[in-house]
Design a protein around this ligand. Sequence first.
Ligand code: FAD
Ligand code: 2HG
Ligand code: ZN
Length: 470
Amino acid sequence: MDTIVPADAIARLKSVVGPKGVVEGADAEPYFHEQRGLYRGAALAVLRPAATEEVAQLVAICAEARLPVYPQGGNTGLSGGAVAGKDGVLINLGRMNRVRALDALNFTITAEAGCVLAELQRAAEAADRLFPLSLGAEGSCQIGGNLSTNAGGINVLRYGNARELALGLEVVLPDGRVWNGLRGLRKNNTGYDLKQLFIGAEGTLGVITAATLKLFPRPREVETALVGLKRVEDVMELFARARAATGDQLTGFELIPRIGIDNVVQHGQGFHDPLAARHPWYALVEISTSRSGANLRAALEALLAVAMAANLVQDGTIAESEAQRRELWRIRAGVAELQEKLGGSIKHDVSVPVSKVAEFIVRGSTAVGARLPGIRPYPFGHVGDGNIHFNLMQPAGADKSVYLKRWAEFNRIVHDIVVSLGGSISAEHGIGLMRRDELAHYAAPLELEMMRRVKAALDPDGIMNPGKVL
Ligand code: FAD
Ligand code: 2HG
Ligand code: ZN
């Protein structure tokens, strides 16, 4: 076989996508930008194919030329997974954004990988269905990226994460062949469930080009409350009571610490303290049902009244309208989005069994405070799933760059506690570049060996998103 010099390969790649699919010069900058400013991407070419067949041709050329392929969706990932290297080709799926089919009776939707999550939600809603995956970046993240990271978000408690919502995939393999696994079946026991390999693989095993996803009946009643509590143990006791009282109607249960409320009130636009007094902890509780006339409002009021009588909940507010409900969720989103206003932030996206959440937060906060007095733990997130964003803000007035140099040191303190509680060092954002060394440290050797074997079997030349995950 003739060796292709990369220059020839690049010309061939560009001709596959045509001028509309080639991004150059300053226009390429956003594709190299990484959310947290921790990495900077580069690439021999930034290509935006318009169809699966084009992706297949691109990957085939890259395979022939042994050029690394860096898949990218909405570039909202928080772990550096979509950061391309200067030795390879960045393939952004954004132009492949069509909904191919919606089968209302089968409760499924089939969409291309570049379909923005919010658009997918809207397409489902237009057919009186719900696509329940929901997260802060839904206006720009893409379903291909959601599946590749096995994204979680605010409705996992009720509907599961991206993995649980996928019924079938179409994937371009690292040799350029297309696997059509787009089945809309809830039952299909025909050997290994191959789609699962690509979900959560962060682009290291192939390029997802389309997916068939589960839909659900649309909620007819939604009730949302924000409540203030004294102790994080009380938050988790409220969670237990909420689950027992409302069963599978509990859709979201999010933790917000006081420091998060202070941050949004101080640094956000148009926020005010949601309750009359200050409380150390807040829980955002949402229940919903697809049945009309269920009177969820009464159920939520009863739950909170009992919890207040038991001195568990100190105060609370129930949204009176959709606008008020959105306002409560805007606080939650602001808690995440405005973190950097407090300076350097060392991230942990961890999970522990729900029964260990309170113990984890107390032990974690104590341990990091002992190592660095003045450090500001900022734990928030999806505690109903056992998932805590245990982010650590620099001490007020500290030097940000000096603080951030201690990233690995604090990761070790926090992750050791997580693992001792039977938890995971990566709950929903994935490994990417950020947690690759932590995965190598904490995963069992046999697990790593199996992962490497899968990688070698599907991508023997190691061209798919090299340097990520493993
Ligand atoms: P990208 O960032 O482009 O890529 C992510 C990874 O997937 C990379 O490894 C990339 O190579 C790979 N990839 C992308 N597309 C493909 C494809 N078609 N085929 C193969 N590989 C591909 N995440 C959560 O889980 N829960 C949250 O609640 C949440 N909230 C967020 C809030 C904000 C404000 C922000 C900025 C991010 C949040 N995230 C959250 C993280 C992020 O939105 C998710 O990880 C999302 O799933 C990434 O999708 P993306 O399209 O942006 O993927
Ligand atoms: C969220 O739940 C996101 O808001 C962001 O997953 C988490 O910033 C983070 O660490
Ligand atoms: Zn999250």
